[in-house]
Design a protein. Structure first.
Length: 60
């Protein structure tokens, strides 16, 4: 499990977080990446709308 340790122990500043995300993304097979992007395009606007509604309803 040296790969997992590499991911966990990498410095977690903003730059380290980006490097970790890129590292994980590159390990995902291309077919799965396409599926993830398709699902994000389909459900992303709905999730953003729900998050905005939750945020605005909390300010009242």
């Amino acid at each position: 499990m040296p790969r997992l340790r590499h991911l966990v122990y990498r410095r977690m500043g903003p730059f380290g977080l980006v490097l970790t995300a890129v590292d994980i993304w590159r390990r995902i097979p291309p077919k799965h990446r396409k599926r993830i992007l398709a699902e994000a395009r389909r459900h992303g606007p709905r999730l953003a709308r729900a998050a905005r509604q939750r945020r605005t309803s909390g300010r009242r």
